[in-house]
Ligand binder design. Structure first.
Ligand SMILES: Cc1cc2nc3c(=O)[nH]c(=O)nc-3n(C[C@H](O)[C@H](O)[C@H](O)COP(=O)(O)OP(=O)(O)OC[C@H]3O[C@@H](n4cnc5c(N)ncnc54)[C@H](O)[C@@H]3O)c2cc1C
Length: 389
């Protein structure tokens, strides 16, 4: 190793990565965290305003083509950005941001025509349009292939009918990247992916959903009633949407890992601060070996997850498929985050149960990682299939 390596982070990140890290950290500290309590209370972040600021700083298109306003950087830079989102004191906003960068736009970038890139990708990168990903339906979540929303071709348009459930950014979105059936046949080549502008006639937010956690992120059920979408809004080829969405899921699932990892570290750090101060039976709680060991156990598991994330980044950088490792990462991250949040809250005692404490919000928010973007059991299914079980 060269003499320039002064810390473990230097093995992965250079001066330029660190500059991006500092810029994102500053933004979170100055433009996000001071407002997060208010946004949690309002059950909404003014995304149009916030995304414009983020777009100006180049945060919303780190990996995307400079032709469409992106930074043209690699997965290490994206990881730096995602890691810093874990410092947001409301996981809901980290999710809302990654919907824009890693869930609603990767398929447009990879398979979209020039019109879609010019109109939607460019605007999403600039923060001028808010995106949402519309896959889940009331009758189709884990089993994506059960979805019923139908897009029927009529001349130069597709006519879309159906409804989508649990759509993050749903009430504010300017466009939905939507998966629909385009044929009555069986199999996987009967779905297509579309970009559906939210202002088309027949698109209706049927209800804003009330949730256990991630309050600052707005989540909605959206109804599509005879929505006429021009054929140029089809992403790639008709019938290939399922395949595109499975690829897009890899960007989505990966994006959850770095911010979850940081959020776990933040929960542990704030718990350490608390139990150093809290005196019980005449001594600070941190003096209890059982608590210190529990903290050490969690940190060890978080470090293992972090190393898996960096391994995934290496695979991605090399152009290799990382589906197996991303699924494993998500399968580790969800339950670990729930366990750490629960344990940290426990160490706060009654104070941990108070809504004024960051840890109670983190506890509520953490539960999502085992469900959103594919439940833990679905990750097990993917890993089993890839292993040939
Ligand atoms: C806050 C929030 C935001 C979301 N945002 C979006 C969004 O923006 N866009 C979008 O399209 N979707 C979104 N979702 C939907 C999310 O991806 C789904 O909730 C998730 O995929 C699970 O689907 P489901 O809720 O229909 O659960 P179901 O499919 O009904 O499954 C219920 C449970 O059954 C178990 N299970 C399922 N399959 C198996 C199996 N094969 N073996 C064993 N057990 C199994 C799992 O524990 C699972 O959690 C969001 C969800 C939430 C809660």
């Amino acid at each position: 190793m060269s003499g320039k390596v002064k810390s473990a982070d230097d093995l992965y990140f250079n001066k330029d990565h660190n500059m991006v890290r500092q810029a994102v950290r500053d933004f979170v500290n100055k433009e996000i965290n001071p407002h997060i309590d208010e946004w949690e209370d309002q059950r909404m972040v003014p995304l149009k305003k916030l995304f414009k600021k983020m777009g100006k700083l180049g945060f919303l298109g780190i990996r995307y083509d400079p032709k469409y306003g992106g930074q043209g950087l690699d997965y290490w830079y994206e990881t730096v950005f995602l890691e810093e989102l874990g410092r947001i004191q409301g996981l809901g906003l980290a999710v809302a941001i990654t919907v824009q960068t890693n869930m609603a736009t990767p398929a447009i970038d990879e398979f979209g025509n020039d019109y879609l890139k010019e109109t939607f990708l460019k605007a999403a990168i600039a923060g001028e349009k808010v995106g949402a990903i519309a896959v889940t339906e009331p009758g189709a979540g884990s089993d994506v292939s059960a979805l019923a929303t139908f897009a029927r071709r009529e001349g130069d348009h597709y006519v879309i009918n159906g409804s989508k459930m649990y759509i993050t950014n749903g009430t504010q979105a300017d466009f939905y990247t939507l998966l629909a059936r385009t044929s009555d046949e069986q199999g996987y080549h009967v779905f297509s992916l579309f970009v559906v502008p939210a202002d088309l006639s027949g698109v209706k937010v049927s209800r804003k959903l009330d949730k256990l956690g991630v309050w600052c992120s707005d989540t909605a059920e959206i109804f599509f009633d005879n929505v006429r979408v021009p054929v140029e809004n089809l992403i790639g080829n008709e019938g290939e949407g399922f395949i595109y969405q499975m690829r897009q899921f890899q960007h989505e699932r990966f994006s959850l890992l770095p911010f979850a990892c940081t959020a776990m570290r933040v929960m542990i750090d704030l718990t350490v601060d608390y139990i150093k101060e809290r005196v019980v039976f005449g001594r600070p709680l941190i003096k209890k070996q059982v608590l210190r060991h529990r903290l050490a156990d969690w940190l060890t598991e978080v470090e293992c997850l972090k190393q898996l994330i960096y391994h995934i980044v290496r695979l991605k950088q090399a152009g290799l498929d990382a589906t197996r490792e991303i699924s494993m990462g998500k399968l580790v991250a969800g339950p670990l985050m729930s366990r750490i949040a629960d344990g940290c809250l426990q160490m706060h005692g009654g104070m941990g149960y108070m809504n004024e404490m960051t840890i109670s919000r983190a506890f509520r928010d953490s539960r999502l990682i085992s469900i959103g973007g594919g439940a833990d059991e679905i990750m097990c299914e993917i890993i089993s299939k890839l292993e040939g079980f």
